[in-house]
Design a protein around this ligand. Structure first.
Ligand code: PLP
Length: 401
């Protein structure tokens, strides 16, 4: 039997993970599907970001904040005992060690700094489990901005600790009572609110989703993960490059930021989705929250609610660039069940002394499965982004174990 590679083309694909094309498109995906007033606001954000990103002064300020406030660079940790058990060489990029405990702070510090540069006095954000809300509240406090965070009423009930944390940091948390009262509705409400507040407020999107320029801008702000990891691999690995680069995918920001650092290498990219939130793996073309991408839909084209034990993966779609990377065969997207993720979290805790966020545990669950079934050849070098720490998930784990 002939071995058929799941990668349709040999990586890398020239020109991937640069700027989007005309009208903010990654292939067929992306764009700026928004009311006229937001189209204008997005244009302003794009212009400001382009200018800031080309300005060494802005880059320097951001690098300093990331270093002295967020704790970068994060280590690249060899998972020694687990690697021996799996027969692969697994390296972990430790975003769990950043201030506030996940990669979200990288994006938020960048956007908060941009908002201040644009003369905005307030950040608007949506949040599901509260991780992006807490990061936004943190950055707002640090830079002397106000923060208004939209959160579904059901999520507010489920995540009372993060709600309190945001209020402790001085943010206003606005309950959203429409629809399923979760992340999807909170995002719609935040965008609606921004329509009437574009003059003094910046909408701080939490992942590589939303209207152009957000998918591109958030990926650029998260590429610090991949750029650091690339330099660390060059110093640590015999070949200088990993064979596989793996990350979990909710909207896809930690994965996009990691992949971007290796876009011009032959490293194979794997994005791991939750079984119940598999936008890239099982979504269909649609338009939501300002962009055209892949979304979970029912027979009538209605967006279906996502379900995952990991709140950060509980989004029914995926960022447009991931949809494009999937079409190109540059990245592969796979799914993992809640049970596999919990098992992987426990295994990392017991072999390496690290309790990962349940989101990150999805990426690890695929590594464990693939090491067992030949998806990862023995001896492969695997770089995996550990997107966050598991403290927020302790009570979930306590109920299950
Ligand atoms: C929010 C979150 C994710 C998912 O978001 P992406 O944009 O896909 O990276 C993953 N891990 C953690 C720890 C998170 O908080």
């Amino acid at each position: 039997m002939r071995y058929v590679s799941p990668w349709r083309e040999a990586a890398p694909v020239a020109g991937t993970m640069g700027e989007p094309g005309a009208r903010g498109r990654f292939g067929d995906y992306g764009g700026r599907y928004a009311p006229e007033s937001l189209v204008e606001a997005c244009r302003e954000v794009e212009e400001a970001f382009r200018e800031a990103w080309a300005d060494p002064g802005f880059r320097g300020d951001l690098a300093e904040l990331l270093a002295v406030h967020a704790g970068r660079p994060t280590p690249l940790t060899p998972a020694r005992r687990l690697s021996r058990e799996l027969g692969v060489r697994l390296w972990l990029k430790r975003e769990d060690l950043t201030h506030t405990g996940s990669h979200k702070i990288n994006n938020v510090l960048g956007q908060a700094l941009l908002a201040a540069r644009m003369g905005r006095r307030r950040l608007i954000a949506e949040t599901g489990a509260g991780q992006h809300g807490v990061a936004t509240a943190t950055a707002a406090a640090l830079l002397g901005l106000e923060a208004t965070v939209f959160m579904g009423e059901r999520d507010i009930e489920r995540q009372d600790l993060n709600v309190f944390r945001m209020r402790l940091l001085g943010a206003e948390v606005v309950p959203v009572t429409t629809g399923s009262r979760t992340l999807k509705d909170a995002t719609s409400e935040a965008m609606r609110h921004w329509v009437g507040a574009t003059g003094d407020s910046h909408y701080c999107v939490g992942s590589v989703i939303g209207p152009d320029p957000y998918p591109w801008m958030v990926r650029e702000l998260q590429r610090v993960i991949g750029d650091e990891a690339r330099a660390q691999c060059a110093a640590e690995l015999r070949t200088g490059l990993p064979d596989h680069v793996v990350a979990c995918v909710g909207g896809g920001s930690n994965a996009a930021g990691t992949f971007a650092g290796f876009a011009d290498t032959p490293a194979r990219f794997v994005g791991v989705e939750a079984e119940g939130g598999a936008g890239a793996s099982r979504g269909r073309l649609g338009v939501l929250h300002g962009c055209r991408s892949l979304f979970l839909q029912d027979g009538d084209g209605q967006i279906v609610e996502a379900h995952s034990i990991a709140a950060g993966l509980d989004y029914p779609g995926v960022g447009p660039e991931h949809a494009h990377l999937r079409d190109l065969g540059r990245a592969r997207y796979v799914t993992v069940t809640d049970e596999e993720a919990v098992g992987a979290a426990l295994r990392l805790a017991r072999t390496e002394g690290i309790v990962p966020a349940l989101e990150s545990a999805h990426a690890l669950a695929w590594v464990i499965r693939a090491a067992g079934d030949g998806g990862l050849p023995a001896g492969s070098t695997v770089l995996m982004t550990l997107s966050g720490r598991g403290d927020k998930d302790i009570s979930t784990l306590k109920e299950l174990l």
